[in-house]
Design a protein around this ligand. Sequence first.
Ligand code: V47
Length: 385
Amino acid sequence: MKTMTERVRAAGLADIADKVAGGVRLTLEDGVRLFDCPDLLAVGHLANRERERRHGKRTYYNFNIRLEATNVCAASCLFCSFARLKPGDAGSYTMSLEQVFDKLRSRADQPLTEVHVVNGLHPDLPFDYYVDMLRGLKRIRPGIHLKCFTAVEIAFFSDLYKMSDRDVLERLREAGLDSLPGGGAEIFAERVRKKIAYDKADADRYLAIHRIAHEMGMRSNVTMLYGHIETHAERVDHMLRSRALQDETGGFQAFIPLAFHPDNNQMRKLPAPSAADTLRVHAVARLMLDNIPHVKAFWIATGVETAQLALWFGADDLDGTVQEEKIYHMAGARTPEIMTTSAIRRLIRNAGREPVERDTLYNVVTGPEAPDVVHTGTVNAVSAS
Ligand code: V47
C-alpha cells in the first residue's frame, strides 16, 4: 500500500507539496492543477496537513442568528431564489424595525455573540432604516457583534443615498456596525459576473469596499459561489484576488466557499455541485490562501455530512447556529435552519475534531474541554450525526 507521500507523488503533486511545505506561494497554474488532479484524496491530504499545522484538531463555530430584513432587491442575479424585484411582488417582504428587533428580543435567553444581517437591495427604504436597525440591535444587546451588510449592499447604499463608500461605512460603524460578512462576492471574473450578477457592484468595487473597511479597522470575510458556470481557472483567480487584498490589509478572517443551489432560480437547469467538488474547493482554498487564517464550511450550504468531511479537507470553521435562513432554503437546501450549540459540538466531535466556540473575531468563548451539553436557549434541538 502506498504512503500518502507516494500517493501525492503518483498524483503529480510532489512539486506543489514541496512548495506548501516550504512556504512558497502557489500560482494560478498550481491551483488549476489541484482542481484537475483526479486524486481527490491526495489534494485533501495536502490541505489537511495545512489545516492541522494551523489549527490542529480545533474546529470553530459561533452562537449567532441570521436576519434577512427584506428580500426586495433591485438586482437580478441569476442564481438567486430569495430576491423579489419590487415591494408588493408575490413573496416579497420587508420587516418593520420592530419585527427585526423582536427576532433578537425573543432570544434574550440565548448567549448569542453575533447577529449576521443580509438583505436585498431595497430601492425605497431610507438610510435611517439601516442606521436605526443597528442602533436598536445594540440597544437590545449592547455586547453583541453586528456583522451586517455585504459589500454589494454598501455599494448600493452609496449610490442610492449619494455618499462615498467610506462615508456609508463610517455612518454605519457609528451606529454599531462591527464587521462585514463576505456575501456578494460570487465569482470575481468579469466573464462570469457579467452573466450571473450583471447589475450589482463588480469585483473591483467589492474588493475596494472591503479594503476601506479593513483600513477603518473592521474585519470581514470573503465568499465564493461555486458550482455553476465558472471554470477552474476562474475559481483560482477568485482566490488570488482575495489573497492579493489580504496581502495589502490583513483584514479577511475567513474564506467561505458557497455551493450553488439550483432550485427556484434562473439557473435551475444546472445540477448542484457534487460533494466531491465541495471537498475539493475547500481543500484548494486552504492551499491557495496562505494568508487567510480560516476556511469556513458553511454547513447550511454544504449539507451537514459534507461539512463534517470538509473538516478533513481544509476547513476549520462551520459558521454557527444561524437559526433562520432563507437564501439557501428558498434555493432548495434540505439542511435544517437551526443548529443548537450542543448539536454543532456533537457533529464536530463525531467528525473526529475538537469543537471550539468562538466569537466573530475568533476569541475563544468555550474551548474543547467544556462538556458538550452547553446552553441551547430556546432553540429546538436538531440532531447531528
Ligand atoms: O451573497 C445566493 C449566496 C450569499 C444562492 O460572511 C447562493 O460569515 C448558493 O454570504 N445558491 C449570502 N448560494 C450568504 C453569505 C454568507 C453565508 C455564511 C457566512 C457568511 C459570512 C456569509 O449566498 C450571497 C450569494 O453569494 N447565494 N443564492 C444560491 N441559489
